[in-house]
Design a protein around this ligand. Structure first.
Ligand SMILES: NC(=O)c1ccc[n+]([C@@H]2O[C@H](COP(=O)([O-])OP(=O)(O)OC[C@H]3O[C@@H](n4cnc5c(N)ncnc54)[C@H](OP(=O)(O)O)[C@@H]3O)[C@@H](O)[C@H]2O)c1
Length: 275
C-alpha cells in the first residue's frame, strides 16, 4: 500500500490515536512536508515524530492555510465543537473531513461545514497503535470514490478497513471491534485467574494465559480456517477441551449468549451517547 494521493493532510489532535496514524503514514512513505499537525500542546510520540521528520505543527490553523486533501480529526469528542470552526475555514470544496471521534455523528460535523462537504466517520481500535487495528467507516453522500480511497489509504496505515453502508451500523462496529479489544483482555485476565484457581502460581498463570490469547489470535489471523473450524480442530471428543467447552457453550447460558448481550449493551450505549 502506498500513499499516492495528491495534496496535504491536516491532523487535528495528535494524542494516542493521532500519533499512531502519523507513525503509520510516515512508515508507508507519506512525505512529511505534506502533513500539518494542529495540536496546542504537542507531546509524546507525536512530538518525537514531528521533530524527527520535520513536520509542521501549529497550535491553531490559520484561514490562509492552503485547503488540504484531507483533514483527519483525532481529538476527544468533547473538543470537537471547539475546533470545527477553524477547520471549516481551511476546508476547500475538494477537502474530505474524516473524524475518528467515538459517538460523533456525520450530521454533527456537517453542520459546521459548507453544504455538500465530504465527511467520513471512522471508528478504529487500539491495536492501531501497533499497526494491527481494524477500522469501521462510513462516508456521507457527498464523498467521492477518490475521497473514500484517500481516507481508506490513510486508515490502512494502522490496520484493516471495513466500510459500512449506513451510519446506523457504526454503533455495531464500535460494539464489536471498537470496544472488542477490552473483551479479549478480559478473556486473558479470566483465563489467568482460572489458572490460579487450578493451582498455578499467578505469574505462571498470567504467562500461559497471555501467550495463549495472543498466539491463538495470531493463528486465527494467519490461518485460512475460520474461528469455529480452528476451535473444532483442537477439540477431541471426550477430551479436556471438550470438557471446558461444554461449560463455555452451555445451551442458553454460554459465552456466545453472554457476548451477544455484552455487544448489544455496547451498541445501545453508543446510540445513547450519539444522541
Ligand atoms: N484510543 C482509542 O482506542 C480510540 C479508538 C477509537 C476512536 N478513538 C477516538 O480518537 C479520538 C482521539 O482519542 P485518543 O485516545 O487519541 O485521545 P488523546 O490521546 O487524548 O488525544 C487527543 C489529542 O487531542 C489534543 N487536543 C486537545 N484539544 C485540542 C485542540 N483544540 N486542537 C487540537 N488538538 C487538541 C489533546 O491534547 P491534550 O492532551 O493536551 O489535551 C490530545 O493530544 C477520540 O475522539 C476517540 O473517541 C480512540
Amino acid at each position: 500500500m502506498s500513499l499516492t494521493f495528491n495534496g496535504s493532510v491536516v491532523l487535528a489532535g495528535a494524542g494516542k490515536m493521532g500519533a499512531a496514524l502519523l507513525a503509520g503514514w510516515l512508515e508507508r512513505g507519506l512525505d512529511p512536508a505534506r502533513i500539518i499537525i494542529q495540536e496546542p500542546n504537542l507531546s509524546g510520540a507525536a512530538l518525537d515524530l514531528a521533530r524527527k521528520h520535520g513536520i509542521r505543527s501549529v497550535a491553531r490553523l490559520e484561514p490562509q492555510t492552503e485547503a488540504p486533501a484531507v483533514i483527519v480529526v483525532a481529538v476527544k469528542p468533547q473538543v470537537m465543537d471547539e475546533i470545527f470552526p477553524a477547520l471549516a475555514k481551511i476546508a476547500g470544496s475538494e477537502t474530505v473531513v474524516m473524524s475518528i471521534a467515538a459517538g460523533k455523528t456525520l450530521a454533527s460535523f456537517e453542520r459546521h461545514l459548507p453544504e455538500g462537504s465530504a465527511v467520513v466517520r471512522a471508528m478504529p481500535n487500539t491495536p492501531a497503535s501497533i499497526g494491527r487495528g481494524i477500522t469501521g467507516a462510513v462516508a456521507n453522500a457527498h464523498t467521492t470514490a477518490t475521497q473514500k480511497d484517500i481516507c481508506e489509504t490513510l486508515l490502512r496505515a494502522v490496520g484493516d478497513v471495513v466500510w459500512v453502508p449506513d451510519e446506523g451500523l457504526i454503533d455495531a462496529v464500535t460494539a464489536v471491534s471498537g470496544s472488542g479489544p477490552a473483551y479479549v483482555f478480559l478473556l486473558a485476565e479470566a483465563l489467568a485467574d482460572a489458572g490460579v484457581a487450578a493451582g498455578l502460581d499467578g505469574a505462571t498463570a498470567k504467562q500461559l494465559a497471555h501467550a495463549t490469547v495472543s498466539g491463538a489470535g495470531e493463528l486465527l489471523r494467519q490461518s485460512s480456517s475460520d474461528a469455529a473450524t480452528l476451535r473444532q480442530n483442537v477439540t477431541s471428543p471426550g477430551g479436556t477441551t471438550a470438557a471446558a467447552l461444554s461449560v463455555l457453550m452451555k445451551e442458553g447460558h454460554g459465552l456466545k449468549e453472554l457476548m451477544r448481550e455484552a455487544v448489544l449493551a455496547a451498541q445501545k450505549r453508543g446510540r445513547e451517547l450519539g444522541q
